[in-house]
Each structure stands twice: as C-alpha cells, then as structure tokens.
Design a protein around this ligand. Structure first.
Ligand code: SF4
Ligand code: SF4
Length: 451
C-alpha cells in the first residue's frame, strides 16, 4: 500500500460515538432545482396547480447528461421559477407546497432476482432514480459509470489510447473531510442495500476485486467484516488507513494511497488506472435504486457547528431550505458567523437561508466566530513553501495564486490550475492568509466561461 505523506492532519468535530440519526419533520415547502449536477437540466413535466405525490416524476431527462427529477413531498406545485442554488447560480426550479400527508406513488415490485439483471437494466434504474455522483464535479451517476466495463481513456501512450480493464472496486467508508460522517455512519449500521449496490457495481464495472477502505481509528464494522468473510472467492478485503490525513478521502489521493496508482489529472478518471471508486453512501443508494426502484427523494447529510442547538447525521428531504432545516433542528443557540454547505474545508459559504439542499450537498455547518478564521486583507506570498509541502497533487499553489490574482490566467492554466482538486490545504497553512481556493475557483470559472 502506498503512503499519503501530503495533506494536513485535521481533527474531527464528530467522532463515531456522537453519530445520531436525526429524522426531520416534513418540510412545508420544497424548492427543487431542475439541475443539481453538471449537465443539462431536466424538462418540466408538471404545471402550476398540479397535485403531486412523493416520488412522482416532475422533470424528465431524455439524455445521459440530464437526470429525472421527482417530487420529494406530496402537495401542490405552486411555482416554477428561477431560484438561487448553493453555487450562486440561478436555476429553474419547481416549488411544491406540502399537504402534510406524505403520500407516495405506488412502489414498484422489489427485484427478487438481482442476478438476472443486465448491466444496461442496472444503469437504467440508476439513471431513473436520479442519482448524482457526488464530488468536486457532480455529474449524473449513470454517466460516471459509462462506458460499461471500460476506462474513460484519458491516458495516451505515444498517441495511442491506453485501454485498461477495471480490476479493483474501492468502496470508501471515509468521508471527503474528517468533519463529515455519513459514510462512517452508514458503514457502522446494517444496510440491506449495501450488498445489492456492490453486486450492481461488480456487474457494471467488471471488477473482480473489492476493497473496503476504512479509517484505522474507526471501531470495527461488523457488516463490512461479514461481507468479507462471506466471500468464498476471497476477492473482498478490508483496508485500514489514516482517515484524519485530509484529503485522503478524495478519490485521487485515496487511489494513490491504497493502490499506488496516479489518476492522470486534470481530466482523468479512476477508470483510467483500472479502478472504480464509490463511497458507501453512493453504493447504498445504487442498491436501493436497483433493488427497490425507489427514486432519490431524500439525502443523509452531516450537520454541525457551534451555532446549532443540535447536530449529527440528518435525513433530509431534497429541496428543504437551509433556514427551515435549521428551524427543524431547534434553531440557533448562538449568532452564526458563517454558514457552509459542504464540509468546513471544501464547502461553500452561504448568504441566503432560502437555498435548498440538493443531491450533491454532503453537509451543513453553522459556525460561530471561534470556529472560523477571519483572514481580513491577505498579504503577498513570502515563498515559505508550506503550501507546496501540503498540496496532494504536487502543484505550486503560491505561484498559481499569484497568476490568478494578477489575471494571468493562461499562465495559471499552464501551471496546472485545472489539476487543483480544491481541497484547501494550501489556504489552511498559508501564513500570508492568501485565499487560494477562492482565487482558483474564480479563475477556473473565468476560463470555462471563455472556452
Ligand atoms: S493547490 Fe489545490 S489541490 Fe493543491 S493544496 Fe491548494 S487547493 Fe489543494
Ligand atoms: S504558503 Fe502562502 S506564503 Fe508560503 S509559499 Fe505558499 S502562498 Fe506563499
């Protein structure tokens, strides 16, 4: 197993003993953006005034780079209009006022014979459930899984595509940041959908070897151990690594640490180096969509921060607004200094409490003054090299930040701007308090707009 010497050591704000599942009351209204991923928006399939049930299709998707959208509460469609999302974009959205009855559409029959499903049937169900591949660039999960059993072919050797078979399926029980906990929570409880999700992924990817990756400080996970023991072919293994070494939970550093393989950045994919990697949350969602054919109407997110009355793992309906979520958790006990959607390291600060929770959001943190670093005006780079020492993808962040701050975007691109995985380690250690991720995101956005 390779080592992951870079990155930074972060302590958890949540450890496994504090995991408690909080089920929220039904939201009175939900705001459902027709696009909750990178791709094309779904096409509206309802009109204002229509009554809808939970799980009902309200947005259709004909192509792989769009996803169908489902009602997440029962009630009436009251508006279809542009609404702000957590990335600051306005997205056409369907607004449903709830009737409080939580009436579901009729459930399809559960799949009894999973082995009879073909890869294309499995992909159709994953797409039909509206699942998103979470991460830096959230895309429709079905699109991330295509093409079947083949690499994405970003690797070229002397002009020829390197076609590598997927040999390993990594199932990640770590979270992308140590403060997030959904994967560790799901690894620790019994999920009947986990085994179905693994079977589905084995069929789609063709991987013969399964590796569960867990944090060495986690307590034993009996459900993962029993899957390993039940594998008569002995092709399933459990691997423990230092999960507090941020950002080891992201797929690029995780692959390097576990298999010693380097994903070709900036546009590479784990498949390029013969691996598929999905977190437990995604595998469970795949299992549910394939086995029970239930569309995604809710999400598990980590909620924390000193301003909240309580936190933990929260089951929330997609489309619930941040303000309503905070109220349902008992409101604020202190004035918040910063509200973040995502994790404290990689998430995005929010300024509007009407922003809805979407499928790509892993957490909500409502932080008080003592929990944030107020940078004020940043200073010039003093060439201390600390950022270089921690960058997990071997960039020179200080130099990149200077190019971005001075609008030398072509230079920044040449020096690897798009290889940056926006982990924020360089920000964290910089004595000059340079807001590097902010500069990188802004520069990437400008370059993509200009392309
Ligand atoms: S340059 Fe990007 S990848 Fe490197 S430490 Fe900074 S944010 Fe992380
Ligand atoms: S850590 Fe900050 S001051 Fe040090 S080299 Fe990097 S950008 Fe410059």
């Amino acid at each position: 197993m390779g080592l992951f010497p870079k990155g930074i050591k972060l302590l958890r704000s949540l450890n496994n003993t504090t995991f408690n599942l909080i089920e929220l009351p039904l939201p009175e209204r939900v705001i459902l953006p027709l696009k909750q991923y990178i791709g094309e928006p779904a096409k509206v399939a309802v009109s204002v005034g229509d009554k809808v049930k939970v799980g009902q299709l309200i947005g259709t998707a004909a192509r792989d780079n769009a996803l169908p959208l489902h009602a997440t509460i029962s009630g009436k469609v009251v508006e279809i209009k542009e609404h702000l999302d957590h990335k600051g974009s306005t997205v056409p959205s369907i607004i449903i006022e709830g009737d409080g009855t939580d009436t579901w559409i009729e459930s399809p029959v559960e799949e009894k014979d999973m082995d009879s499903l073909r890869p294309s049937d499995i992909l159709k169900r994953i797409h039909g459930a509206g699942l998103v591949a979470k991460g830096l660039l959230p895309i429709p999960l079905g699109k991330d899984l295509l093409p079947l059993d083949q690499p994405k072919t970003h690797l070229y050797l002397k002009g020829t595509k390197v076609v590598k078979k997927i040999d390993s399926l990594l199932i990640n029980a770590l979270d992308i940041e140590p403060s997030l906990g959904v994967n560790r929570y799901l690894a620790g409880i019994h999920n009947e959908e986990l085994a179905s999700g693994i079977s589905a992924l084995k069929v789609i990817t063709g991987a013969q070897r399964i590796l569960f990756v867990v944090d060495k400080k986690s307590p034993p996970y009996p459900q993962l151990e029993s899957i390993v023991l039940a594998d008569e072919e002995e092709s399933t293994t459990l691997i423990s690594i230092d999960g507090e070494r941020f950002p080891v939970g992201l797929s690029v550093p995780l692959l390097k640490t576990v298999l010693g393989r380097e994903v070709p950045l900036p546009y590479g994919h784990p498949r390029d180096v013969g691996a598929a990697i999905y977190d437990i949350d995604t595998v469970v969602s795949i299992g549910r969509s394939v086995h029970k054919q239930i569309p995604q109407v809710e999400s598990l997110i980590t909620v924390g921060g000193g301003a909240l009355s309580k936190g933990g793992i929260v089951k929330v309906r997609i489309g619930t607004q941040i303000g309503m979520l905070i109220e349902s958790l008992g409101g604020l006990k202190e004035d918040p200094a910063k509200i973040i959607l995502g994790g404290p390291m990689m998430g995005m600060a929010q300024y509007d409490l009407t922003i809805p929770i979407t499928k790509d959001i892993p957490g909500l943190f409502v932080l008080i003054r003592d929990e944030i670093q107020v940078t004020g005006r940043y200073r010039e780079c003093i060439n201390c090299g600390l950022c270089v020492r921690v960058c997990p993808v071997n960039l020179v962040p200080g130099m990149l930040s200077m190019y971005c701050a001075r609008d030398c975007l072509d230079m920044a691109e040449r020096e690897g701007l798009f290889r940056c995985i926006e982990c924020g380690c360089c920000d964290y250690v910089c004595p000059s308090r340079r807001p590097m991720v902010h500069l990188f995101r802004h520069a990437k956005h400008q370059l993509m707009e200009a392309a």
